[in-house]
Write a protein of this length. Structure first.
Length: 163
Protein backbone atom coordinates (compact mmCIF):
# COMPACT_ATOMS: atom_id res chain seq x y z
CA UNK A 1 0.00 0.00 0.00
CA UNK A 2 1.09 3.52 -0.76
CA UNK A 3 2.15 5.97 1.94
CA UNK A 4 0.26 8.74 0.10
CA UNK A 5 -3.10 10.02 1.32
CA UNK A 6 -5.49 7.19 0.38
CA UNK A 7 -8.18 7.99 -2.18
CA UNK A 8 -9.91 4.61 -1.90
CA UNK A 9 -10.97 2.75 1.22
CA UNK A 10 -11.20 -1.02 0.96
CA UNK A 11 -13.34 -2.60 3.66
CA UNK A 12 -14.38 -6.19 4.16
CA UNK A 13 -16.66 -8.03 6.53
CA UNK A 14 -14.04 -10.50 7.74
CA UNK A 15 -10.43 -11.55 7.30
CA UNK A 16 -11.65 -14.45 5.14
CA UNK A 17 -12.64 -11.89 2.46
CA UNK A 18 -9.03 -10.69 2.01
CA UNK A 19 -8.00 -13.27 -0.64
CA UNK A 20 -10.64 -11.74 -2.95
CA UNK A 21 -10.35 -8.14 -1.79
CA UNK A 22 -6.58 -8.24 -2.15
CA UNK A 23 -7.29 -8.09 -5.89
CA UNK A 24 -8.74 -4.61 -5.34
CA UNK A 25 -5.51 -3.51 -3.68
CA UNK A 26 -3.30 -5.12 -6.33
CA UNK A 27 -5.24 -3.47 -9.16
CA UNK A 28 -5.16 -0.07 -7.45
CA UNK A 29 -1.40 -0.54 -6.96
CA UNK A 30 -1.00 -1.14 -10.72
CA UNK A 31 -2.91 2.09 -11.34
CA UNK A 32 -0.94 4.08 -8.76
CA UNK A 33 -4.06 4.86 -6.72
CA UNK A 34 -3.35 5.22 -2.99
CA UNK A 35 -5.63 3.09 -0.81
CA UNK A 36 -6.10 1.57 2.61
CA UNK A 37 -7.70 -1.69 3.72
CA UNK A 38 -9.63 -2.45 6.90
CA UNK A 39 -11.68 -5.32 8.31
CA UNK A 40 -15.04 -4.37 9.82
CA UNK A 41 -18.36 -6.09 10.10
CA UNK A 42 -21.75 -4.45 9.84
CA UNK A 43 -22.96 -6.93 12.46
CA UNK A 44 -19.95 -7.58 14.70
CA UNK A 45 -18.21 -4.18 14.70
CA UNK A 46 -20.92 -1.64 13.88
CA UNK A 47 -19.24 1.19 15.82
CA UNK A 48 -15.98 0.66 13.91
CA UNK A 49 -17.94 0.79 10.64
CA UNK A 50 -19.83 3.93 11.65
CA UNK A 51 -16.68 5.74 12.77
CA UNK A 52 -14.83 4.80 9.59
CA UNK A 53 -17.61 5.77 7.18
CA UNK A 54 -18.53 9.02 8.89
CA UNK A 55 -14.90 10.18 8.84
CA UNK A 56 -14.04 8.89 5.35
CA UNK A 57 -14.75 12.02 3.30
CA UNK A 58 -13.06 14.29 5.82
CA UNK A 59 -9.95 12.10 5.64
CA UNK A 60 -9.80 12.53 1.86
CA UNK A 61 -11.27 9.25 0.65
CA UNK A 62 -13.14 9.51 -2.67
CA UNK A 63 -14.63 6.00 -2.88
CA UNK A 64 -15.24 3.05 -0.57
CA UNK A 65 -15.11 -0.52 -1.89
CA UNK A 66 -16.86 -2.97 0.44
CA UNK A 67 -16.64 -6.74 0.13
CA UNK A 68 -19.01 -9.01 1.99
CA UNK A 69 -20.77 -12.33 1.80
CA UNK A 70 -23.72 -14.07 3.42
CA UNK A 71 -26.11 -11.27 4.49
CA UNK A 72 -23.77 -8.83 2.69
CA UNK A 73 -24.91 -5.90 4.80
CA UNK A 74 -21.54 -4.11 4.83
CA UNK A 75 -21.82 -2.14 1.56
CA UNK A 76 -25.37 -1.02 2.29
CA UNK A 77 -24.56 -0.02 5.85
CA UNK A 78 -21.53 1.90 4.58
CA UNK A 79 -23.65 3.65 1.94
CA UNK A 80 -26.09 4.69 4.66
CA UNK A 81 -23.26 6.25 6.68
CA UNK A 82 -21.31 8.20 4.04
CA UNK A 83 -22.09 10.40 1.04
CA UNK A 84 -19.15 8.83 -0.84
CA UNK A 85 -19.75 6.35 -3.65
CA UNK A 86 -19.77 2.80 -2.28
CA UNK A 87 -18.93 -0.11 -4.56
CA UNK A 88 -19.93 -3.59 -3.41
CA UNK A 89 -18.06 -6.81 -4.12
CA UNK A 90 -20.10 -9.92 -3.29
CA UNK A 91 -18.11 -12.85 -1.91
CA UNK A 92 -18.63 -16.33 -3.25
CA UNK A 93 -20.50 -18.41 -0.69
CA UNK A 94 -21.03 -22.09 -0.06
CA UNK A 95 -24.81 -21.98 0.02
CA UNK A 96 -25.68 -20.04 -3.15
CA UNK A 97 -22.31 -19.35 -4.76
CA UNK A 98 -22.53 -15.65 -3.93
CA UNK A 99 -25.94 -15.04 -5.50
CA UNK A 100 -27.36 -14.22 -2.06
CA UNK A 101 -24.68 -11.56 -1.49
CA UNK A 102 -25.10 -10.18 -5.02
CA UNK A 103 -28.84 -9.78 -4.58
CA UNK A 104 -28.48 -8.26 -1.11
CA UNK A 105 -26.14 -5.58 -2.49
CA UNK A 106 -28.18 -4.91 -5.62
CA UNK A 107 -31.53 -4.61 -3.83
CA UNK A 108 -30.86 -1.40 -1.90
CA UNK A 109 -33.71 0.98 -1.08
CA UNK A 110 -34.01 4.08 -3.24
CA UNK A 111 -31.65 6.83 -2.14
CA UNK A 112 -29.00 4.51 -0.65
CA UNK A 113 -27.10 3.22 -3.69
CA UNK A 114 -24.42 0.57 -3.78
CA UNK A 115 -22.67 0.06 -7.11
CA UNK A 116 -22.69 -3.72 -7.16
CA UNK A 117 -20.04 -5.62 -9.11
CA UNK A 118 -19.62 -9.29 -10.03
CA UNK A 119 -19.07 -12.02 -7.47
CA UNK A 120 -15.47 -12.73 -6.49
CA UNK A 121 -12.17 -11.81 -8.12
CA UNK A 122 -13.61 -10.30 -11.32
CA UNK A 123 -15.84 -8.05 -9.22
CA UNK A 124 -12.88 -7.02 -7.06
CA UNK A 125 -10.77 -6.09 -10.08
CA UNK A 126 -13.67 -4.23 -11.69
CA UNK A 127 -14.42 -2.39 -8.45
CA UNK A 128 -10.83 -1.14 -8.43
CA UNK A 129 -11.03 -0.01 -12.07
CA UNK A 130 -14.37 1.69 -11.44
CA UNK A 131 -12.98 3.41 -8.34
CA UNK A 132 -10.00 4.56 -10.42
CA UNK A 133 -12.46 5.99 -12.97
CA UNK A 134 -14.15 7.96 -10.21
CA UNK A 135 -10.83 9.23 -8.81
CA UNK A 136 -9.68 10.08 -12.36
CA UNK A 137 -12.51 12.61 -12.73
CA UNK A 138 -10.50 15.02 -10.57
CA UNK A 139 -6.97 13.57 -10.75
CA UNK A 140 -5.04 13.87 -14.04
CA UNK A 141 -2.42 11.29 -12.94
CA UNK A 142 -5.12 8.75 -12.19
CA UNK A 143 -6.76 9.54 -15.54
CA UNK A 144 -3.49 8.90 -17.39
CA UNK A 145 -2.87 5.68 -15.46
CA UNK A 146 -6.37 4.49 -16.32
CA UNK A 147 -5.88 5.37 -20.01
CA UNK A 148 -2.58 3.47 -20.00
CA UNK A 149 -4.19 0.48 -18.27
CA UNK A 150 -6.97 0.31 -20.84
CA UNK A 151 -4.54 0.70 -23.75
CA UNK A 152 -2.37 -2.14 -22.40
CA UNK A 153 -5.45 -4.29 -21.93
CA UNK A 154 -6.48 -3.67 -25.54
CA UNK A 155 -2.97 -4.30 -26.84
CA UNK A 156 -2.93 -7.63 -25.02
CA UNK A 157 -5.75 -9.04 -27.13
CA UNK A 158 -4.43 -10.66 -30.33
CA UNK A 159 -6.32 -10.01 -33.54
CA UNK A 160 -5.78 -13.50 -34.85
CA UNK A 161 -5.97 -16.76 -32.93
CA UNK A 162 -2.68 -18.46 -32.16
CA UNK A 163 -1.72 -22.09 -31.63
Amino acid sequence: MSTEQPAVGIIMGSQSDWPVMKNVALTLDKLGIAHEARVMSAHRTPDRLADYCRAARGRGLKVIIAGAGMAAALPGAAAALTPLPVLGVPMEGKLMGGLDALLAMAQMPGGVPVGTLAVGKAGAVNAAVLAASIVALSDPQAAQALDDFRAAQTAGVPELPED
